[in-house]
Design a protein around this ligand. Structure first.
Ligand SMILES: C=Cc1c2[nH]c(c1C)Cc1[nH]c(c(CCC(=O)O)c1C)Cc1[nH]c(c(C)c1CCC(=O)O)Cc1[nH]c(c(C)c1C=C)C2
Length: 499
């Protein structure tokens, strides 16, 4: 394929920014136009430094993703290429935030540490909520002895079906649903296993029916497809003992630096506050026509769509036969940042040192009318206290997701009610917060329905053939992977067949 004459990148979230960054380096003489409907770039990444009290105390709040994992090599590469290493804030693998994770069991009071080693599983049998330890121990001991039980002929299933088949219904509800809450804010009964946790599907194959044995059996070299090389400098080495990381000024650092870099590139044009009104391929001159809310028409030879898939569907003419853009639903999450002062009189900390806690699906399902619908709470101060004035406690409560399924936007939060539920879950009284910020993240996480991978393969095949011939690439969280690392990787991988 010849070098693209001009490229339009639709969407200025992390996928779009990453795509523009890598395309501008790969095709330095091609004009690249990045169009973002919001005035602010970065999508769901929103970091804000606020005054926490009437004095000078300051705190860094995140409304979206707050930490990154060092296995996200495309992100490490961006950090290296953008000289962001001095701004990093790392959490070592030995830190309590990396080792201590908790569950709140609906109906009980107080949170319970999830055992993380065989010895801890055994000692958890003596803990106040021995049900957790018993469920964990009996499920893990029985799984390798269980017959192969994947139904013949299926090529995907829900996360809950997989956990129930291999580990039992109670394990699936307590641990599987909580895991899915913490990543997708979703109902594990509605999510595709192969699209969300492909390693579990593969482990079951490797273990000849047992997922646990499969995890113990290392993948053979032919099963490892990783052969891409990344420009990482010494960052991989620096990340050896790191569990998660962020930046001293939050995740917005990555977005702001990318935007500043792109604004300086002579071949990149950045439009913000501009909506895409329509996208069509003109078969007469083989150019795309992209019309925008600023009354402009761009005529690029190639297009990258990093828009949510339903938004892409809306800008295409109804007659355009692109399959599967509207199959998945999205989850909406309300994020509540809470900042407390440290009371010198109280000896009881507001929370144990750790990552935070998750709340599994209640036994009787998601009853919207009961409580605020808390999915979990992150103990930010345990990992990122260095972002804030010392002496503050920062937590983030996440609510909504499957509790508000079907509604367009998350409901209003009753903060006093939320605080008393939080105190009940933590099993200790909470003082009045110094600062509260509520963010409604409407339709922020795509929920891959069972069969998602096969549908995306079909979409890819359609785009590779007439009339598109690979010149429209559709990427982003709606296609494959919702994490920041997945989005940056997706942007990095566009246009491989161009030029
Ligand atoms: C707005 C709320 C979000 C919830 N999940 C995500 C967001 C943005 C996205 C997400 N969260 C995690 C992952 C996996 C990351 C990876 O594999 O690299 C993704 C894609 C894990 C995670 N869960 C929580 C945190 C703080 C993290 C680390 C990554 C991050 O900062 O987002 C806590 C948490 N997230 C959600 C809930 C309900 C929750 C509860 C404690 C929903």
């Amino acid at each position: 394929m010849p070098v693209p004459g001009s490229i339009a990148v639709l969407g200025g979230g992390l996928t779009g920014l990453s795509a523009a960054f890598h395309l501008s380096r790969r095709f330095p003489t091609t004009t690249i136009t990045l169009i973002n409907k919001e005035t602010r770039f970065g999508g769901w990444v929103r970091s804000e430094r606020v005054k926490a009290d009437h004095q000078d105390a300051e705190v860094l709040l995140e409304a979206g993703p707050r930490t990154l994992r060092p296995n996200a090599r495309s992100v490490l590469e961006l950090i290296h290429l953008l000289d962001l290493t001095p701004s990093l804030l790392t959490v070592p693998k030995s830190a309590p935030a990396a080792k201590n994770r908790f569950l709140y069991i609906p109906g009980s009071q107080g949170i319970h540490r999830i055992p993380s080693s065989p010895l801890e599983v055994i000692s958890s049998l003596l803990a106040p909520n021995a049900h957790l330890g018993r469920t964990l121990l009996s499920s893990l001991l029985r799984e390798p002895l269980k017959q192969r039980n994947r139904p013949l002929g299926i090529d995907d299933e829900s996360v809950d079906d997989f956990f129930t088949r291999r580990f039992g219904a109670e394990f699936a509800r307590l641990f599987g649903s909580a895991l899915v809450h913490g990543i997708y804010a979703a109902d594990s009964r509605k999510l595709s296993l192969r699209a969300t946790f492909p390693s579990m599907w593969d482990a079951e194959e490797r273990g000849r029916g047992s997922a646990l044995l499969g995890f113990l059996r290392a993948p053979t070299p032919s099963q490892l497809t990783e052969n891409t090389s990344y420009d990482l400098g010494d960052l991989q080495e620096k990340m050896r003992d790191v569990s998660v990381f962020t930046f001293k000024n939050g995740m917005g650092t990555l977005v702001n630096t990318l935007v500043s870099y792109l604004r300086k590139q002579p071949n990149v044009h950045m439009y913000s506050g501009v909506r895409i009104m329509s996208l069509r391929l003109n078969s007469r001159n083989n150019r795309f026509e992209v019309t925008t809310s600023s009354q402009e028409t761009l005529l690029p030879t190639h297009v990258v769509s990093a828009l949510p898939l339903p938004e892409l569907r809306q800008v295409l003419s109804p007659a355009t036969p692109l399959p599967h853009l509207t199959t998945n639903t999205y989850s909406s999450v309300t994020v509540v940042n809470l900042v407390f002062g440290l009371s010198p009189s109280s000896s009881l900390p507001l929370h144990p040192d750790g990552f935070g806690y998750l709340v599994p699906r209640p036994r009787d399902g998601y009853v919207a009318s009961r409580g605020s619908g808390i999915l979990g709470c992150v103990f930010d101060s345990s990992s990122t206290a260095a972002q804030d004035t010392p002496g503050l406690v920062k937590m983030t409560v996440m609510l909504g997701g499957p509790y508000i399924c079907g509604s367009v936007s998350p409901p209003q939060v009753d903060v006093p009610n939320l605080l008393s539920e939080l105190a009940h879950q933590l099993g200790r009284p909470l003082p009045s917060p110094l600062f509260v910020k509520v963010h409604s993240n409407t339709r922020c996480i795509p929920l891959y329905a069972v069969g998602h991978l096969q549908r995306m393969e079909e979409l890819k095949r359609t785009l590779a053939s007439e009339p598109w011939n690979g010149r429209l690439e559709v990427v982003g969280a709606g296609v494959l992977g919702v994490s920041v690392g997945d989005c940056v990787e997706a942007g990095r991988s566009v246009g491989r067949t161009w030029g």
